[in-house]
Design a protein around this ligand. Structure first.
Ligand code: FES
Length: 147
């Protein structure tokens, strides 16, 4: 093996090892982002308790392995039906609140504003509130969470 080939292979090997190292670091720091998330459905409420009109905040919790997770969603009921929104602002992840006087979701962090249907009305959010899948089985409402 010539000296030039040896150096080329050594440099290539170094960069491959460096890339593998950074991939391992990212996997360690952000394991949930590196893995495919799966939607699982968790009990939210009885079907009879679904709102007929307006927006309702629902706090609920579910078991994920050994952990008990507390969570929140917003149910928006209109003539078009019911939509369940994640309360996580699409800008930088703060929790939005429903302002019943203004009839808007407001983000306390940077002034993001969303309409009742989740569309952006103002501020920095780049996209609408995230709609969550949901279903009714045997008169129980289940909401889909990516875990
Ligand atoms: Fe909501 Fe910035 S995090 S507007």
């Amino acid at each position: 093996m010539k000296r030039r080939e040896f150096l080329r292979d050594a440099v290539r090997g170094f960069f491959i090892a460096l890339a593998a190292f950074f991939a391992a670091v990212l996997w360690y720091i952000y394991p949930s982002r590196m893995q495919e998330k799966k939607v699982r459905y968790f009990f939210l409420m009885d079907e009879a308790d679904l709102p007929r009109k307006g927006v309702r905040k629902v706090d609920f919790s579910y078991d994920l392995g050994e952990r008990r997770i507390s969570s929140r969603v917003y149910l928006a009921a209109s003539g078009k039906g019911i939509t369940i929104f994640s309360p996580v602002c699409t800008h930088l992840g703060c929790m939005v609140n429903w302002d019943s006087n203004r009839r808007e979701f407001l983000c306390p962090c940077h002034g993001g504003r969303y309409a009742m249907d989740g569309t952006v009305l103002g501020g920095p959010p780049p996209r609408p509130l995230t709609e969550l899948p949901w279903k009714v089985e045997q008169e129980k409402v289940y909401v889909g969470i990516a875990v």
